[in-house]
Design a protein around this ligand. Structure first.
Ligand SMILES: NCC(=O)CCC(=O)O
Ligand SMILES: [Mg+2]
Length: 336
């Protein structure tokens, strides 16, 4: 007996029968990708009429705010529910403590207002961490070569409040400091933002797959050392469960695993244990691998994109942050 059924064997059991034709395959399909599952990360930059290509992410652009509404419109028209904003902070505005993160008129806040004004229904997710704003490229403040936890959290809670005031619906702390979810929750609530949601980057690994993202943000060259004292060791899995448990207790509404494809086992373990809405970030390096191979004609574009995304659903994700969001939404629309 397997799963309550007789373990029938060939020739009685022919698994191929359920693959016989298209209608049967659809009928028995276990997981489906829906446009509601897609979150689109976007890069914004200063300047006028900018649409800068990111060389290591073919098909991805950084856009200036005057182009932002047109950039985002296809996502809205395709029914994508939310975008995640990533600002490219000019080098001259970066400093040791990421002061620009607290500027109510920083690029993130202005981008958020531009999007909210044009598309009030579109969900806007703001990344909270100091790395786009520091001159050393780390997610927190440094003293004597160490990334300080509690001092960084004090800045992060102000950064989150700054973004909530600009209109961000979801605050997504990606810094991996301990205790920041609770601190951000308290600060939001104390300031009347109790409906602003927190999507915690809960299991964020110290990964090589963020390389192209740092190119896109211009923070790659700035980074001194690595992020191993705050991001997780790729060898660890139990630890991710402890991180999830803690973030739920601290008040996270949604949690995230990052990167995505190399960490599907982590997603599955989380889903088996917890009932919290779980997201994954198919990060820049994953995008670069696939988009590069697609561009070279080594992989079939449409099938590769869709197979890479259904894997997240199979692993148990409620949604996926992916640079392929627009392509995938188009493909889903064609399928219908
Ligand atoms: N905090 C957001 C990221 O680090 C994104 C990484 C990526 O796409 O590689
Ligand atoms: Mg944590």
């Amino acid at each position: 007996m397997i799963g309550g059924m007789t373990n029938a064997s060939f020739p009685l059991f022919r698994p191929r029968r359920n693959r016989h034709d298209a209608f049967t395959r659809r009928l028995v399909q276990e997981n489906r990708l829906h446009v509601d599952d897609l979150i689109w990360p976007i890069f914004v930059c200063e300047g006028e009429n900018q649409r800068q290509k990111v060389s290591s992410m073919p098909g991805v652009e950084r856009v200036s705010l005057d182009n932002l509404v047109e950039h985002v419109r296809p996502a809205v028209e395709l029914g994508i529910l939310a975008v995640a904003i990533f600002p490219i902070t000019p080098v001259e505005l970066r400093d040791a403590t990421g002061t620009e993160a607290l500027n109510p008129d920083n690029l993130m806040c202005r981008a958020s207002r531009v999007i909210k004004e044009a598309f009030p229904e579109l969900g806007v997710i703001g990344d909270v961490a100091l790395d786009p704003y520091t001159d050393h490229g780390h997610d927190g403040v440094i003293k004597d070569g160490r990334i300080l936890n509690d001092e960084s959290v004090e800045i992060l809670r102000q950064q989150a409040l700054n973004q909530a005031r600009a209109g961000n619906d979801i605050i997504a702390p990606s810094d991996m400091m301990d205790g920041r979810v609770q601190a951000i929750r308290e600060t939001l609530d104390a300031n009347g933002f109790e409906t602003v949601r927190i999507m915690a980057y809960t299991a964020k690994y110290a990964s090589a797959f963020y390389g192209p993202f740092r190119d896109a943000l211009g923070s790659g060259g700035l980074l001194t050392g690595d992020k191993k004292t705050y991001q997780m060791d790729p060898a660890n899995s139990d630890e991710a469960l402890r991180e999830v448990e803690q973030d739920i207790r601290e008040g996270a509404d949604m949690i995230m695993v990052k990167p995505g494809m190399p960490y599907l086992d982590i997603i599955r373990r989380i889903r088996d244990r917890f009932s919290v809405p779980t997201f994954a970030y198919q990060v820049s390096g994953e995008y670069a691998m696939l988009a590069g191979a697609i561009q070279n004609g080594w992989l079939d574009r449409d099938r590769t994109i869709m197979e890479s995304l259904i894997a997240f659903k199979r692993a148990g994700c409620n949604g996926i942050l992916t640079y392929f969001a627009i392509d995938a939404a188009r493909l889903l629309k064609e399928e219908r």
